[in-house]
Each structure stands twice: as C-alpha cells, then as structure tokens.
Design a protein. Structure first.
Lengths: 165, 184
C-alpha cells in the first residue's frame, strides 16, 4: 500500500466521508485516491476558507469532514479557523502539505514554512509533523483525536516524508 | 423594501426549513424576527454562508436555505462555481442584494454598480438563477422550494438597516441546537 493509499484507508476507516481539497503537487496522490474512493464525497474548493465552510456545514449535517491543503492556507484561513471551526467547536482534520522544508526547490515557499508552526501554536491547534514515512502510522489516532475533542488538528507532511518532489 | 422587511416577509416560509444565515445584521434581524432551532446564525466568518449551506445540503436530505448578501458573495466568489458543479437539489441560495455592505455602514458594493451577481452565477454554471424584486421574494422562494431543484435567488432590494441587538447566544449552543434540529 502506498502512503497515499494508507492515508485514504485511514480516513475511510474513521468514517471520514466528506473531504474538500485544494490542489498541491505533494498531495496529488492523496487527492487522486480520495477522488477514486466510493466512501468519500470529494468536493474540490477554490479557496481553503471556502472549503472550511463546506466542512462545517457537512459536519452539522452528520458527515465527518476533512480538508487537504498546503501550509500557505494557514495564512488564508486564520479567521475561519478561529471564528467558525473553533468558535462553534467543530472537528476538522487538516492534512497539510508542509512546503518550504528541507528539499524545497522554491525559495518563496520557505517564507510561509517559517511561520507555519508558530501560527498553529498561536491558534492552539494540535499539530503533528510527518517527517519519516512511518510517522503515517499515527494518522489513525490523530483522526480519532480530532473527532473526540471537536477541534481542528494539523498534520504537516513535509518533502522528506513524501521522498522529495 | 429593505432586508429586514424581506426577512419578515419570508419568515413563515423558511421557518420549517434549515436556514444558514449570514453574519452581522441579517442574523441579528432573523434572530429577532423569528428565532428557530432550525436557524444557524453566523457570528463571524464573512462570506461563508453559501459554503456552510451547500456542505449541509450535500450531507443530508432536508431542505437548506442559505441567506447571503451581495457583499458576502463578493467576498467568497469561489463559492459559485463550487455550487454549480456540486448540485444539491435541496439547496437554495438566497442572495439579498441591497448593493451595500449593510453591517458595516452601507458602503456601496460593486453588485450595486456594474456587476450583476445574477449574470455571474449563470456564468459560473449555476442552472436555476432567478433575479427578483424584494416584494416578489416570498413567492419566488416558495416556488423554488416546491421545484425541488437547486436554485439561486438574487433579490434586489433597497439599502437600509434597523436598530437591533447583537446575538448573545453561545456559539456552541447555536450549533448544538441546530444539529438536533437537523437530526429531528
């Protein structure tokens, strides 16, 4: 099983059945596997805050949502995370491509990478960093944690985890 | 007619359905006119009423009406292609288009100038887009509910606000009460 398939298999095993995605090269395999899954309603969104709105509605409608996005989206979604997801106490696993880490070829990505963990920490969002491939084995517990405590959680997956670009 | 008069007019029509109501004065007005457990009041996050409503409509079978404003749709323009391409026939987006940012002091929006949200929604691929005058909103909404087709309504009205208190209900209570109504 590939890492992408393992991630989607854990989503399905945790009844995560509504996933919104914003494209990312690193997460392309995960996005493809989500789109191919019969157990997940895949709804691509145009911007990550829009996606979090979709997830909030789906959660209130009885679905278990998740969002797939890049770490640049933390800059886009702070208001939504604070005034919607956190304020109304909703779960939201965020599987995030951690661009700008070791191996990154695009210098500008580093500019957001240096703020990513600091922002998540400031927002009091439980954050998990997948660096080695075996770190993916924690995903099942992280998903359970998000739905147990009704909080957004961040799963940062870097280039080393994805074996480069 | 101003927005609060439209809300008063449509209150009997929407009271039995799930309603996601836009941040600021629209939620405060609806809360004051006809508070219902089936109303989800947005206390923050401008622009996401249509996204929350679409997610809710896709997740379950009950009818969902998102009450939005022209300014909020302009803030979250990406919502219209997403709505067009993820059809939920239990979803109605009611855009109350008064051509101004009402909650922040009636600054004019581009929707009150050259930009037609009706044309934009159609260009984004939305199939049933109806523009109406404020006075027609109730009838158009009733017809849309009866049609069982996803519908975008753009209700053109006058700009103006009434004095109304803020909502002091706790967000978790709003959400919990709403989710019980969804499941009922």
């Amino acid at each position: 099983m590939s890492v992408s398939e393992k991630i989607v298999s854990d989503l399905v095993a945790n009844n995560v059945n509504f996933v919104t995605t914003v494209p990312c090269k690193q997460l392309a395999g995960v996005i493809d596997a989500i789109d191919a899954s019969d157990d997940i309603y895949h709804i691509p969104s145009n911007k990550e805050d829009e996606g979090m709105g979709l997830c909030a509605g789906a959660f209130m409608g009885g679905k278990r949502p998740a969002i797939i996005m890049q770490n640049t989206a933390i800059g886009v979604t702070i208001n939504t995370l604070v005034t919607l997801t956190q304020y109304y106490r909703m779960p939201l696993p965020m599987i995030i491509s951690y661009r700008g880490e070791l191996g990154e070829p695009v210098a500008c990505q580093v500019e957001m990478a240096v703020h990513t963990k600091a922002l998540l920490n400031q927002l009091h969002i439980p954050t998990y960093h997948f660096h080695q491939e075996e770190d993916v084995n924690e995903l099942d517990a992280i998903l359970k944690h998000s739905f147990m405590c009704n909080k957004p959680v961040a799963i940062l997956t870097d280039a080393t985890f994805w074996k480069g670009y | 007619m101003i927005r609060s008069e439209i809300l008063r007019d449509i209150a009997p029509v929407i009271s039995e359905h799930l309603v996601v109501c836009n941040i600021g004065l629209p939620s405060q007005e609806l809360h004051s006119i006809d508070d219902q457990p089936t109303n989800f009041y947005m206390l923050g996050t401008m622009g996401l009423s249509s996204s929350i409503g679409l997610g809710l409509a896709l997740a379950q079978d009950k009818k969902v009406i998102s009450i939005d404003g022209d300014g909020s749709v302009l803030t979250n323009f990406g919502t219209l292609p997403t709505i067009a391409n993820n059809v939920a026939d239990n979803f109605i987006l009611l855009i109350i288009d008064n051509g101004s940012y009402g909650s922040t002091g009636d600054q004019p929006t581009y929707a009150g100038k050259k930009t037609s949200l009706t044309d934009v929604a159609r260009a984004c691929g939305c199939d049933n887009v109806i523009e109406c005058q404020a006075e027609e909103t109730k009838d158009v909404l009733q017809a849309a509910l009866a049609s069982n087709q996803m519908t975008i309504i753009v209700s053109k009205c006058e700009s103006g606000n009434i004095k109304i208190p803020v909502i002091t209900m706790d967000p978790v209570e709003i959400r919990s009460r709403f989710m019980k109504a969804v499941q009922a």
